[in-house]
Write a protein that binds this ligand. Structure first.
Ligand code: HEC
Ligand code: HEC
Length: 375
């Protein structure tokens, strides 16, 4: 419910600012082949190279948190596909999150953000949750907005960068910060995995024989993976620039007999009993580097995920379990092949791409002063 309230607040503070967005000062080129359709971009936040670069700096800047210790990038680490390697996130003052940190590859294509909230429909709104949310606190900025904006305004780099990205409205505030963060996140495109090269570029040798066999299994009726992990990003949640409405898919995979009040799934927002334990189907791009898995990080590795599905869910009797989760009996060789296929969805260039990387030099006040304890 808190998320709904936060969204309403966001509409007042951010969405209602009906200012026309400034003309993009530099064109932005999507880092993808020309035939691919880019993600949906809201009319009031067009992409520009200056805005994306500003967003990259903000994303990696710990000064956005109350005490300058936590950046977005503290929990969303590029080398880990912008996940964090922990079962659940860890925010300001080591405050634990209730949920696993999702990776952010191709996040601009998702019409419903976070694990189970169909109303969280834009990256601009979503940024307010880590920045100012209080249940749990992630960056702890609630009530500190003025101080945080002043901190950024005092930085000479930002003075130029905000002016370049938002010529008509160059001050660091909710409007500009959330839009720049969103533009940067929309630029996080990962479509150069071995599987892409094999499937879309005709590079027949880009996949190992094991991964090719695993592909067959993934798209087979016995395993049923492709029903929910469908389409270009291996999720039935998609909104491209050509789609006026996004497609969304939430499912109960039979993880638990009963779900805790802190992470009950879609039912938290709808109140409908049939939505218990239903979570958004995650994309499987870069999945090999975003362990541990599931909304609560309760499965440590891909082998464990396959065991979960093979058993028809860890709680096979859950009344709301999706009809596609039927269970199957894989051989060891089939498990290895399926894992080889999932590993072929990792875009290695994305994990080190300097266009997405932390731009701040060591020792700069933007750098998080507290290193996160190891997962
Ligand atoms: C304390 C760790 C933490 C920090 C800091 C953090 N996040 Fe997250 N992020 C999470 C967790 C946990 C989730 C899943 C939340 C949920 O499902 O409700 C998440 C989800 C997201 C999502 C949704 C992804 C998806 O697949 O739907 C986006 C986008 C995102 N964060 C962006 C940001 C931005 C931008 C910042 C900085 C302003 C940030 N995060 C800071 C932990 C963090
Ligand atoms: C009925 C729809 C459905 C089917 C069928 C399905 N999945 Fe999933 N998958 C989901 C949902 C929903 C989640 C998130 C569940 C949660 O967190 O409670 C998920 C999570 C995952 C994850 C964890 C991703 C992450 O980032 O945490 C992996 C890996 C995965 N599925 C692979 C598979 C494979 C392999 C198959 C086939 C054996 C499969 N899935 C079949 C819907 C499905």
């Amino acid at each position: 419910m808190v998320r709904v309230i936060l969204k309403a607040v966001a509409m007042g503070l951010v969405g209602a600012a009906a200012l026309a967005d400034p003309v993009a000062v530099a064109p932005f080129a999507w880092p993808m082949p020309a035939w691919m359709v880019p993600p949906h971009v809201p009319d009031d936040n067009p992409m520009s190279a200056a805005k994306v670069d500003l967003g990259r700096h903000l994303f990696h800047d710990a000064r956005l948190s109350r005490d300058s210790t936590v950046a977005c990038a503290s929990c969303h680490v590029q080398a880990l596909g912008f996940a964090d390697g922990r079962p659940r996130g860890l925010g300001i003052n080591d405050t634990p999150s209730t949920l696993n940190v999702p990776g952010l590859a191709n996040v601009g294509y998702l019409p419903a953000l976070t694990w189970a909230n169909p109303h969280m429909d834009s990256l601009e709104f979503q940024a307010l949750v880590p920045l100012f949310g209080e249940t749990p606190e992630e960056m702890g900025g609630a009530g500190q907005e003025v101080a945080i904006f002043a901190r950024l305004a005092a930085d000479p780099w930002y003075r130029t960068a905000f002016a370049a990205a938002f010529p008509d409205r160059p001050a660091p505030d909710l409007f500009t910060i959330t839009r720049a963060l969103a533009a940067y996140q929309r630029s996080l495109i990962a479509v150069n995995a071995p599987y892409d090269r094999y499937k879309y570029r005709g590079e027949v040798d880009a996949l190992s024989a094991a991964a090719k066999r695993g592909e067959q299994l993934f798209f087979d009726h016995r395993f049923e993976c492709y029903h929910c992990h469908s389409g270009i990003h291996f999720t039935n949640n998609l909104r491209t620039a050509r789609q006026p409405q996004g497609e969304v898919g939430f499912h109960n995979t039979g993880l638990y007999e009963s779900y805790p009040a802190t992470a009950p799934g879609l039912i938290e927002l709808t109140g409908r009993p049939e939505d218990a334990g239903r979570f958004r189907t995650p994309s499987l791009r870069n999945v090999a580097v975003t362990a541990p898995y599931m909304h609560d990080g309760s499965i440590p590795d891909l082998r464990g995920v396959i065991a979960h599905y093979a058993g028809g869910g860890r709680a096979p009797g859950h009344p709301q379990k999706d009809g596609m989760i039927v269970g199957f009996t894989p051989t060891e060789a089939e498990i290895d092949d399926l894992i080889a296929f999932l590993e072929s969805l990792t875009d290695r260039d994305f994990l080190t791409d300097p266009r997405h990387a932390d731009p701040w030099p060591p020792g700069h006040p933007a750098v998080a002063t507290r290193r996160m304890p190891a997962p």
